[in-house]
Design a protein around this ligand. Structure first.
Ligand SMILES: [Zn+2]
Length: 211
C-alpha cells in the first residue's frame, strides 16, 4: 500500500503517520529524514544535498525526487510506504509518477480555528526546551516548567498571526497538488479534528476497503 499524506501544520499529520506506520508496518518516509540520512551516509546524493543546504539553499526538485526514488527501491519499501512531505510540488509529483504508483493520497482537513487552537496553545520552556500546551498538556504552575521551573514562552511561529501566515502559505503551495491528485482520482479527504484514535479508525475503514 503506497500512501501520500497531505495536511496543513497542526492537522496532526505526524501523529497519524506514526499510527499508520504501527498499524500497517509500513516505513514512514519524510524528506527531512532522507536528507539527514543521505548526508550522514555520505552517499553521492547526500554530498550534493549537504553542499546545497550548507549554502542555505533549498534542495531542488530533481535531487529530492532522486533521493525518494532511491529510498523507494529499498527492500523495506516493497510492501508499501507512507510518504510525508513529498511530493511538495507538481514537478515532484510528476517525477514520483515515473517511478512509483500511489494507491491513496490522504488529505487531512481541519477547520482553521481548530488549527489555531492547537498551535497557539503551545508553550516551550526557555531553559530546558520542554513543550507544553495551555489546554492539552498544561504545566502544574501556569507559565512555569514542571521540570526546571523555567519560564514558558510562545515561539514566534506559534502566534496567531504567524499561524495564519503559515496556513496561507500551505494552502497556496498545496492547492495545485490536491488538484493533481484529484484528477488522478486518488484523494481521500479526512477530517482530523477528532481524537487521533478516532481518526485512525476512519483511515482504517478507507484503507482496508480499497480496491
Ligand atoms: Zn524547563
Amino acid at each position: 500500500m503506497n500512501l501520500i499524506l497531505l495536511g496543513p501544520p497542526g492537522a496532526g499529520k505526524g501523529t497519524m503517520a506514526f499510527k499508520l506506520k504501527e498499524e500497517y508496518k509500513l516505513p514512514h518516509i519524510s524528506t527531512g529524514d532522507l536528507f539527514r540520512e543521505a548526508i550522514k551516509q555520505q552517499t553521492d546524493l547526500g554530498k550534493k544535498v549537504k553542499s546545497i543546504m550548507d549554502a542555505g539553499n533549498l534542495v531542488p526538485d530533481e535531487l529530492t525526487s532522486a533521493l525518494v526514488k532511491e529510498k523507494l527501491e529499498q527492500p523495506e519499501c516493497r510492501r508499501g510506504f507512507i510518504l510525508d512531505g513529498f511530493p511538495r510540488t507538481i514537478p515532484q509529483a510528476e517525477a514520483l509518477k515515473t517511478f512509483s504508483s500511489i494507491d491513496k493520497v490522504i488529505n487531512f482537513t481541519i477547520p482553521e480555528e481548530e488549527i489555531i487552537r492547537r498551535l497557539s496553545g503551545r508553550r516551550v520552556c526557555r531553559s530546558c526546551g520542554e513543550s507544553y500546551h495551555t489546554e492539552f498538556i498544561p504545566p502544574a504552575k501556569k507559565g512555569l516548567c514542571d521540570k526546571c521551573s523555567g519560564e514558558l514562552y510562545t515561539r514566534d511561529d506559534d502566534t496567531v498571526d504567524a499561524i495564519k501566515n503559515r496556513l496561507a502559505v500551505y494552502r497556496t503551495s498545496t492547492a495545485p497538488l490536491i488538484d493533481f491528485y484529484q484528477k488522478e482520482g486518488l484523494i481521500e479527504n479526512v477530517d482530523s479534528s477528532p481524537a487521533p484514535e478516532e481518526v485512525l479508525n476512519i483511515l482504517k475503514k478507507i484503507l482496508d476497503s480499497r480496491n
